[in-house]
Design a binder for this molecule. Structure first.
Ligand SMILES: [Zn+2]
Length: 198
């Protein structure tokens, strides 16, 4: 089972904004949320580097501004991006945190949710290693359920109803997590875990 997540009830320390049991690899691509704003939305993304390839160190490097530019032609185009997400869920379910949850990660870009612009201000960004067209792994749905369960417990303004894809908040500009992301499967695995951990 992926990263030993079955039955695991990960905790978030709200004083540090860090998920226990996950790797924490700090990214400097973050800043403070606007005064008085807490996260009340979770945004799901898909990412792979190089596009369509899995398992390399490149996503971590991109989020920490250490991307080996010469390792792939595509990297030259993206090396100057300053981006991050709070969490990355690998194909095998391994969870890495890059930004503390109370801080603003730079994942959504130009975006809006129900008329509110700049979703980074009020959201948690969760990247799944994947593409728009290749089915995401069961281990990732399990890891997603585990982190969403932990997030909803730690931050009462978050809820499973406030879970969207990047394509929902940046339509026409972004397509991830793509049709490969199985929303009913994700919602079912979240509901199952939440029922168990109540
Ligand atoms: Zn995205």
């Amino acid at each position: 089972m992926a990263a030993g997540l079955e039955g695991k009830d990960l905790q978030i320390d709200t004083s540090t904004g860090i998920l226990s049991g996950a790797e924490f690899t700090p990214s400097s691509n973050c800043d403070a949320r606007p005064s008085g704003i807490e996260a009340d939305l979770m945004v799901i993304h898909g990412i792979s580097l190089p596009p369509g390839e899995f398992g390399g160190p490149w996503i971590d490097q991109l989020f920490t501004n250490t991307l080996a530019v010469d390792a792939h032609p595509h990297f030259k185009e993206i090396a100057t991006l300053r981006v991050s997400s709070h969490l990355l869920l690998r194909r095998n379910g391994r969870i890495t945190q890059f930004v503390k949850f109370h801080e603003r990660a730079w994942h959504a870009g130009r975006s809006s949710y129900k008329g509110r612009v700049d979703c980074n201000d009020f959201s948690i960004g969760i990247e799944l290693e994947g593409t728009d067209t290749q089915p995401y792994e069961s281990a990732q749905y399990l890891a997603l359920a585990v982190v969403i369960n932990a997030l909803c417990k730690a931050y009462p303004r978050l809820s499973v109803e406030r879970l969207v894809g990047h394509s929902d908040v940046a339509p026409g500009r972004k397509t991830d997590p793509g049709p490969a992301f199985d929303w009913p499967k994700a919602r079912l695995s979240i509901a199952k875990l939440r029922a168990k951990s109540r």
